[in-house]
Design a protein around this ligand. Structure first.
Ligand code: TAP
Length: 519
């Protein structure tokens, strides 16, 4: 048995992890002492395993993708997209203006009326299958580009983001000629032009969640990616050309939030889909109020991951780690509140600290990396500010010692205990690798605390009792409840929230409804 798996090894790790704990948030720029866990310079350290960048050619400048062609922005301005792991500029990106949004909508409207709405649904399906196959064929190129532009570990972009994006196109291709089964007894019709605005945490996957059902339902699309992560959307434009998708069916307009607003408020856009912050979601809902457009909003979350005393503890530790540290915690459905039963809290937290001490933080292009770079400097500052508020409000902070790269935006995985429900770290979406722990004694108390949030996107339950899973899952006000697992996504399953997490569903048959008007 390797020493790290022996009971003695476990005890040793626990001691070192505790010794390494800190009581104040480490400033972003500080280099921590060398790790005492497997992550650092012990004999068990992993050798570097960087993914090659050679498969990707990032051009110096990218234009807008309108009517099947690359176009310069009407204002002539560009923004720069950076690699968050190195702070190096990657490319100049066209800063689309309201005039560009107008041109893109015109192209989408023309494509809808003249081409896409006239195609037999089976023919539409062929394009979606083709896109899915090209995404699979070019998966390494997409994974490397996504990791360079977003900071997420290559392991995740390679094994989660890109395969799931391809799976969404494959799944919705199957629906294109079966839409009447999605709305039984009614006649399904496309809206026409849909406007879509997506965030930076899953750039390609969010694009697939939006574009695949929209095209399957017979709509054409104008999509605005987030300013910090435009590259995979622009690479997707190349996939559309390669798939010979008719011009104007998909249009990609990069640019600031105001350009996104021009897209969604345009009267020719019949349906709007937005994923991002609750505040921008509210602005969009107000902006289009009274226009009779369809709207789906996929906003923030503050999910409870609830561990009962009868749970398989090591499995639950893995689930809690996956729940909050997957994609650096920059996940709307992240399990950012750990609710742990008081009777096992001490033991569970000790095992959790051990596990956190073994997380490898650093170069996202390294295949061994667990936690990559935070997407932007602004997001680093938001996380730092909220972590500082946790300390000043009286919660107990713990972070494993680990080496952080000297360049790039990296944040230590952070565990808070002694958290009160009134603390900002228990109420606000941090969107970073920060876990707030709250204890409970009874099932009723767990349910009450889990529901004590303005959000309602997701939750997790860890218990050996099937009846408790059913009881708690049906009492929690969240769109997705995982049982003895977390952060599982599938194109066939609907996803979406309640309360300030938004409304409407994406994925599955339900995800089609938003893109259809049925008479
Ligand atoms: P948002 O500002 O909501 O950005 C999401 C998308 O909306 C981006 O494409 C953004 O463009 C665009 N946008 C911004 N203002 C807009 C407006 N007035 N009208 C139309 N579109 C607009 O998110 P953020 O600033 O990147 O992140 C802030 C916080 O949002 C995060 O800390 C996190 O809590 C939350 N967030 C949640 C999610 C999910 S999946 N729920 C995803 C991302 C962020 P630009 O990129 O050009 O600004």
């Amino acid at each position: 048995m390797p020493s790290d798996q022996s009971p003695k090894g476990a005890a040793l790790r626990r001691t070192t992890a505790r010794a390494a704990s800190v009581t104040t948030p480490a400033p972003a720029a500080t280099v921590a002492p060398a790790s005492s866990g497997l992550a650092g310079s012990s004999p068990w350290a992993y050798a570097p395993a960087p993914e090659s960048r050679e498969i990707v050619t990032i051009r110096q400048r990218y234009g807008l993708f309108i009517d099947g062609k690359e176009r310069a922005p009407s204002g002539g301005e560009v923004t720069i997209t950076y690699n968050p792991a190195t702070e190096e500029p990657l490319a100049e990106i066209a800063k689309g203006t309201p005039a560009d949004a107008d041109r893109a909508i015109e192209a989408a409207d023309r494509a809808y009326r003249k081409v896409w709405s006239k195609l037999h649904p089976r023919e539409r399906a062929k394009y979606l299958y083709r896109i899915s196959r090209i995404l699979q064929e070019r998966s390494r190129e997409f994974a490397v580009t996504e990791t360079m532009d977003s900071g997420k570990p290559i392991r995740e972009s390679r094994d989660v983001d890109v395969p799931l994006a391809a799976a969404h196109f494959w799944y919705y291709a199957g629906w294109a000629d079966k839409l009447e089964y999605a709305v039984p007894g009614r006649r399904p019709e496309a809206h026409g032009v849909v406007g879509q605005v997506i965030p930076w945490n899953f750039p390609l996957l969010m694009l697939a969640w939006k574009i695949a059902p929209a095209l399957a339902a017979g709509n054409t699309v104008v999509l605005k990616p987030a300013s910090t992560t435009p590259l995979t959307a622009l690479l997707f434009a190349d996939v559309c050309r390669q798939a010979e998708l008719p011009d104007g069916v998909v249009n990609i307009v990069t640019g600031p939030g105001s350009t996104g607003m021009s897209i969604v408020t345009d009267p020719r856009v019949a349906k709007v889909a937005f994923t991002g912050s609750t505040s921008v979601g509210v602005t969009i809902a107000k902006g289009i109020a009274g226009q009779g457009k369809g709207l789906t909003l996929e906003l923030g979350g503050k999910a409870a991951n609830i561990v009962f005393e009868d749970a398989a503890l090591d499995q639950a530790v893995e689930g809690v780690v996956n729940g909050i540290f997957f994609n650096q915690g920059e996940v709307c459905c992240a399990g950012s509140r750990l609710l742990v039963q008081e009777s096992i809290a001490e033991e569970f937290l000790a095992r959790l600290r051990d596990r956190m001490s073994m997380l490898r933080i650093g170069d996202p292009m390294d295949k061994n990396t667990d936690i990559g770079a935070i997407n932007s400097k602004a997001q680093m500052e938001t996380i730092g500010e909220l972590v500082a508020s946790g300390v000043s409000e009286g919660a107990q902070i713990w972070q494993p010692a680990c080496d952080l790269p000297t360049r790039g935006w990296f944040f230590r995985p952070t565990l808070f205990t002694n958290v009160a429900q009134s603390h900002r770290i228990a109420r606000e979406e941090i969107f970073g690798p920060v876990l707030a722990t709250i204890t409970f004694r009874t099932v009723a108390e767990a349910i009450e605390k889990a529901n004590n949030t303005a959000y309602g996107l997701s939750a997790g339950i860890w218990t050996e009792k099937g009846s408790r899973i059913l009881q708690v899952a049906s009492a929690i006000n969240a769109g997705v409840v995982w049982a003895n697992t977390f952060n599982r996504f599938d194109p066939t399953a609907p996803f979406g929230g309640y309360k300030e997490s938004g409304y409407g569903r994406e994925g599955g048959m339900q995800g089609l409804h938003a893109y259809l008007r049925s008479s």
